[in-house]
Ligand binder design. Structure first.
Ligand code: FES
Length: 159
């Protein structure tokens, strides 16, 4: 019988992807920001053994997520925006919030809910010790797209 097909080669970066750096450097830096394709500000981060990539500017008002903390909420790892503490899941870009179950009952009991995907997440690939990002070019608008403008590239952390 013919030999089984080879698994997809991991020796070349995905077509259309962007080189970010060596994995060693990204792991050491933990957070790396890059302007990709001349128009997309992306944050690549390393956390608990995993690489993630997302739009750098928060979907709420353009906060710089490279300065946020990563915490777990309801079992999901989230970026916490440093500006107004919105929570964004690393894996999907969903906005999480705590909803009050029944406002008439005190003390209020809350549960975590999702607002849906708000932050554009990009794909990270490792090839031979190098890290590449493939931009998520889905045509569907995602709220974080609003902050991918020249105007916001120069907006800094409020003091
Ligand atoms: Fe991120 Fe407001 S800008 S929470």
């Amino acid at each position: 019988p013919p030999p089984p097909p080879l698994p997809p080669s991991s020796s070349s970066p995905p077509p259309g992807s962007y080189f970010i750096g060596t994995k060693e450097d990204v792991v050491k830096a933990r957070r790396v920001t890059r302007l990709l394709n001349g128009c997309r500000d992306v944050l690549v981060l390393y956390h608990q053994g995993q690489l993630h990539a997302m739009d750098k500017r928060c979907y709420h008002a353009g906060g710089e997520l490279q300065f946020g903390d990563i915490e777990e909420f309801n079992g999901r790892l989230c970026m916490v925006c440093p500006w107004h503490k919105y929570k964004i899941t690393l894996a999907e870009g969903e906005g999480l919030y705590q909803a009050v179950e029944n406002p008439t009952i005190r003390p209020h009991r809350t549960q975590w809910r999702s607002k849906g995907v708000k932050q554009r997440i990009h794909k990270v690939t490792e090839v031979n010790g190098d890290v590449y990002v493939t931009l998520n070019d889905s045509a569907e608008a995602i709220e974080s797209d609003n902050y991918q403008t020249e105007r916001f590239r120069s907006v800094q952390q409020p003091r």
